[in-house]
Write a protein that binds this ligand. Structure first.
Ligand code: T3D
Length: 263
């Protein structure tokens, strides 16, 4: 696929996807959502890619749905937004959930609406100190989507999620980190260095084991303890047969750093 609205590149085992409509704060349109999905598929298909880094060009991460595609004249029927979720947003969120690679989001600026929940769907979120997170949906009469109503209460608790979603006020990166909504808030000029280092470190990790961990954590949101213990058993069985596990144990016993091959 030729990318118009994102940049895609790979280096050191990391596929970097940069949302690239900076003049619109990387507002999302259908083409861009298709491109992000295609880029995730490309990352998955490339053997040497073992982690994904998602960020935005310019001063924003993403301002959510491009509202200039949503202007409705009084004489027009409003479009069926459920259909857009079915066609474009939900497949992307499911792709991210199912991707067996760790995803780091480097939130370089405002993350609003679907842009906010896209960032929160990453496995590890690092944000620049100047970034803000806005559940902007209520400001325009919509419902939070992209899994926000699922993930946000689990990340910050019901009371904070409710207020964020009903008030639509900006939450600073610092506060988001203090609330456990994101992993870390860093100085603006350190963001890309920190996020890239993190993604590279993950790319050198035991990729299968990390993917299985991701699967366990996602399932834990719905499972009871018994189901989760059974799942951990099954996933541990699988991890125990990987080359990386052998290498991890050998490296420990030989008192050296492991060299994980991602298999
Ligand atoms: O529709 C469906 O399919 C359903 C799914 C919905 C998912 C959603 O994401 S709904 C929520 C949509 N997003 C918003 O409501 C946020 C709208 N944007 C803002 O509230 C503000 O722009 C921000 C708080 C994000 C940033 O404010 P600020 O003051 O830093 O920047 P700005 O001046 O408002 O924006 C800069 C430019 O980006 C500006 O263009 P201009 O005037 O310089 O030509 C602005 O119009 C444009 N822009 C920002 N957000 C969007 C946008 N253009 C289109 N769509 C946007 N979402």
């Amino acid at each position: 696929m030729t990318y118009q609205h994102i940049l895609y590149g790979t280096a050191d085992g990391v596929a970097t996807i940069t949302l690239n409509r900076p003049e619109k704060l990387n507002a999302l349109n259908e083409r861009m959502l298709d491109e992000i999905r295609a880029a995730l598929d490309a990352a998955k298909a490339e053997r040497e890619v073992r982690a994904v880094l998602l960020t935005g060009a310019g001063r924003g991460f993403s301002a959510g749905q491009d509202l200039s595609d949503r202007a409705v004249r009084p004489d027009e029927e409003a479009r069926d937004l459920g259909a857009t979720l079915d066609r474009a947003y939900n497949p992307l969120m499911r792709r991210l959930r199912d991707l067996e690679l760790p995803v780091v989001a480097a939130v370089n600026g405002v993350a609003a609406g679907a842009g906010c929940n896209l960032a929160l769907a990453a496995d590890i979120v690092v944000a620049a100190r100047s970034a803000v997170f806005i559940q902007a949906f209520c400001r325009i009469g919509l419902v939070p989507d992209c899994g926000g109503t699922y993930w946000l209460p689990r990340l910050v608790g019901a009371a904070r999620a409710r207020a964020l979603m009903l008030l639509g006020e900006p939450l600073s990166a610092q506060q988001a980190a203090e609330w456990g909504m994101i992993w870390r808030c860093v100085e603006d000029d350190r963001l890309m260095e920190e996020a890239t280092m993190l993604a590279r470190r993950l790319a050198e990790g035991p990729t299968r084991g990390l993917a299985l961990t991701k699967r366990a954590l996602i399932a834990a949101s719905d499972n009871g303890l018994d189901a989760q213990l059974d799942l951990e058993r099954d996933l541990q069985r699988e991890a125990g047969f990987t080359e990386d596990y052998r290498e991890g144990v050998a490296a420990f016993l030989e008192k050296r750093a492991p060299r994980f091959a991602g298999r």
